[in-house]
Structure formats: C-alpha cells, structure tokens
Design a protein around this ligand. Structure first.
Ligand SMILES: [Zn+2]
Length: 196
C-alpha cells in the first residue's frame, strides 16, 4: 500500500489546534487522478489546515490552493483549472462512525425526512491515531473541475461567434465577412489592420 501523503498524528493535537502545511505534489496528483479524466499540472499546489482534537474527534479546517488540468469542453485542448477550496472535515474514530451510522439508520426508518445538510463538513473515519486526508484532498480537487471545463472563459470552440466578445465596435468587421470561422476572426482583424 502506498504511503499516505497528507497525515496528521492525532497524538500531536489538542483542543487548541495546530497548523499544518502540506505541498500538493504534482507527482501525487498523477497517481491520485489515475482512472479519471483529470490530469496533474506541472507544478505543486498547497493545502494549509488547522487541526484540533476534542474528545477523540479531530476537526480539520483549511484551504486548498492548487490547479488541475482538464479537457476543454469546447475545443478539447487542455484546460487549467485553478482550485481554491475550503476544506473541512470532522474526523471521528472508525468505531464511533459505525455507531453513528447505525443510529442515523434507525432515525431515518422512523422518519423518512432525511436530514440533508450539504454544508456540513465531510465526516471521515480514522484509526484513532493517524488522520489521513488523501481522499478528502483528491475529492476536493476533482470536484473543483466544472461540468464543462474551459481552456479560457471566451474559448470560441464550437460556440456561435459573438463579435462583442473580441471586437470593439469600430473594429467590427463581422458584417463584411459573416461566414468566417470565428476562430480565425482575430487573424482576419490583424490582416485588415495591416492593409490599412
Ligand atoms: Zn477551449
């Protein structure tokens, strides 16, 4: 089994909390993104968290700054996605988590209204000694990729050309060449300017 990348020893923690800074290594991302459509960037990111412990439960809260590479949904070139995410997790000993799951099963069978609380921090389990944040970091990175990643916000791709995106009114030449491939429009403008 591969060594974990983001670990916090629960023995180091108290209620006051402690700061941790981990590099989010590109090499680690390559492994973590295997079997996904997302690729690692060529540079590392960083995750900074504050972890505290009370009554055996570890609270982790912090910030993830990294980037990942997805495929542009319009033109299929690589799209760099900047990831700036809050990360927070409640990390409970595995035994307690199982007990909690059982009691919430019992509750939901009495009352079919499930408590849907999307803002609740993730609940993770740990062995009581070492908190492992690898899956949390991986999920945050992957979830940051939009449904339709874009290489840049105004990627023309197959989108119908909108002259106002790239051409100021006095330079608007679209009327004189209505059928041009929108991706070539900037080149046409340069050509027209050189003719002047
Ligand atoms: Zn694109």
């Amino acid at each position: 089994m591969a060594a974990h990348e983001f670990t916090i020893s629960a023995h180091e923690l108290d209620a006051g909390g402690k700061e941790y800074t981990f590099p989010v290594r590109a090499a680690w991302m390559r492994g973590a993104f295997e079997e996904t459509d997302v690729h690692a960037p060529d540079h590392d990111g960083v995750v900074k968290v504050r972890a505290s412990k009370s009554a055996g439960t570890v609270i982790v809260h912090g910030r993830l700054d990294a980037s990942v590479v997805a495929t542009c949904g319009r033109c299929l070139s690589p799209a760099n996605i900047a990831v700036h995410q809050q990360v927070s997790a409640v990390v409970v000993p595995s035994a307690e988590l199982k007990a909690k799951a059982r009691s919430s099963d019992a509750r939901s069978s009495e009352d079919n209204d499930l408590d849907i609380t999307p803002d609740e921090p993730d609940t993770l389990a740990f062995d009581g000694e070492t908190v492992v944040l690898d899956n949390l970091i991986r999920d945050e990175l992957l979830l940051a990729v939009p449904m339709i990643p874009l290489c840049r916000e105004d990627c023309p791709g197959i989108k119908p050309f909108s002259p106002s995106d790239t051409v100021s009114p006095e330079e608007d030449t679209s009327e004189s060449m209505p059928n041009i491939d929108p991706r070539l429009a900037p080149l046409m403008q340069i050509r027209n300017r050189m003719k002047e």
